[in-house]
Each structure stands twice: as C-alpha cells, then as structure tokens.
Design a protein around this ligand. Structure first.
Ligand code: 15L
Length: 263
C-alpha cells in the first residue's frame, strides 16, 4: 500500500513511517520540516492546512491511503486549534475526493473525551467531552471523518491516542501509554481493516491499569501487545497524580490550561 503520512517528521510520525516501511508499505512523508536523515521515499515539505499545497501533493504520485498525524499536540487558541486539526483534515479529505483515495487513519486524541470522569466507561460510543480547545478541534475533525464516510463512502478511522512515549513517564501514563510498537500495530490495523466505514478506537497499549475499552480496536484488528506495567518500577509517583487520574484528559483539566478561546 502506498501511504501518505502527515506529520512524518514528528515523534509519532517517525515511528509510524519506519514501522510501515518495515511492514512492506511504501511511505510518502509530508511535514513542515524537511525529511529526517535516512528517510526513504517521497517527501513533501508543505503545510497540511494549505489546501492548494495538499492538492498538489496528491497529484504528485498515486496514493492508496492517508495517515494524518500532523497537528499541534498542545493547547492553543481555538482558531489555531481549528486550523491545525480541522482545516488540515478538510484539505486532505477534499484532495482524497478529487483523487479517489478512500481511506484515512487519523491521530485523534483522548482529549476528545478528556472531560469524562475516569470512573465512567469510555468506549467507542462515549459522547464527545473535550477538555480543551485542542479537544474541541479533535472532536470537530472526527465529525469531518464521519461526514466524508457518510457522504463519499470513505473508510475513516479515528484513533483516540493516549500518551505516545517510548516509556510511560507518570502514574497516569501507566494507564494511557501507547508504546511505539503498538502505535505501528494500531496504524496498520486501521489501514487494512476490511471496510470499517467511520470507526473510533482507543490508541493505548494493553496496560494492566488501562481505563479504556480495547474492544473497538480489536474489532479492527488492533491487538496491542505492550503493557505499561512492565515499566512501572521506573515511574516516580508525583504530587499531581490524583488530579491527573481523575479525568480521562489528565493534565489538560488543570486550571493552568484555561485561556480565552480567541486570544
Ligand atoms: C495528546 O493528545 C497530546 O497530543 C499529548 O501531548 C499528550 O498530552 C497526550 O494526549 C496525553 O493525554 O497524554
């Protein structure tokens, strides 16, 4: 499969591009940054929110699917978040319509439901409950995926990723960790699942302390193999652990994350 990976120079992007290439896929990278050393394949240094530039990428080579990982991973103003996550997704989806590319795997986030108290069930049917403007933008991007799946018959998989790290770094992350190897498993499953239509899965490893339902992912062929518990001895408890484990979104619920929408 020839796959366009956006955000290919980021930490998740580098893991996914190498992992997909190792699994026999042809990877075309897209990022604002130049290609990392050693990257093999096509590369487009463009802004994903620039619809004309994105359209030109799609005419440069035929593609089978898109993995959209690009976007600011932190909180920002609402307009910045909408540009980074929603406008970029729309630019890709419109280019897909024009070029007949029918599958998009999306790096959504647990922050789309970050306001859910941790004791509640969190599964694919959990209603949006963003904890930040970042989360609002992820919800809106997921809504776009649903719209294009309904309107054009696309397969669009929203992966609500927990905490992508080489190792868990806090008590919360013992529940929310997504390991590098599981991230590749997740993306490949979402790319190759037969006809998922619009689907949501939780992008976490098989953590013994995990909070979220892994079954929607397993239904798409994502079987995580790693467990944050294997790294628990290296995690030092901290003063914010209780607050960070009270809601799905952890630190994004902290008062310091609050800001006016339009500043
Ligand atoms: C995310 O979606 C963020 O991009 C990342 O920076 C982490 O905060 C992560 O979620 C998390 O919840 O740990």
């Amino acid at each position: 499969m020839r796959v366009l990976v956006t955000g290919a120079a980021g930490s998740l992007g580098r893991t996914v591009t190498v992992g997909l290439a190792d699994r026999g896929h042809e990877v075309v990278g897209l990022d604002l940054l130049p290609e990392p050393e050693g990257f093999e394949g096509g590369w487009h240094a463009v802004d994903c929110a620039d619809a004309d530039a994105v359209a030109a990428v799609f005419t440069a080579q035929p593609l089978d699917a898109v993995v959209h990982l690009a976007g600011n991973p932190d909180e920002s103003s609402l307009p910045e978040a909408l540009t980074s996550h929603v406008v970029s997704t729309a630019a890709l989806l419109d280019a897909m319509v024009d070029q007949g590319v029918r599958r998009l795997v999306y790096a959504s986030s647990n922050h789309a439901v970050g306001g859910v108290p941790r004791v509640d069930t969190v599964d694919a049917a959990t209603l949006p409950r963003p904890d930040t403007f970042y989360g609002v933008a992820k919800v809106a991007a997921e809504a776009l995926l649903r719209l294009y799946a309904d309107r054009y018959g696309f397969d669009t998989v929203a992966c609500r990723i927990g905490s992508f790290r080489s190792q868990p770094e806090s008590v919360r992350e013992l529940a929310t960790w997504l390991s590098p190897d599981d991230a590749v498993r997740m993306v490949e499953a979402a790319l190759t699942a037969p006809a998922p239509g619009f689907a949501v899965l939780y992008g976490v490893s098989a953590n013994a302390r995990g909070w979220w339902d892994l079954e929607p992912g397993r239904g798409l062929g994502y079987d995580p193999l790693d467990d944050a518990e294997d790294h628990a001895a290296g995690v030092t408890p901290g003063p914010d652990d209780a607050a960070e484990t009270a809601h799905v979104g952890g630190p994004f619920l902290a008062p310091s994350m609050r800001r006016p929408a339009l500043d």
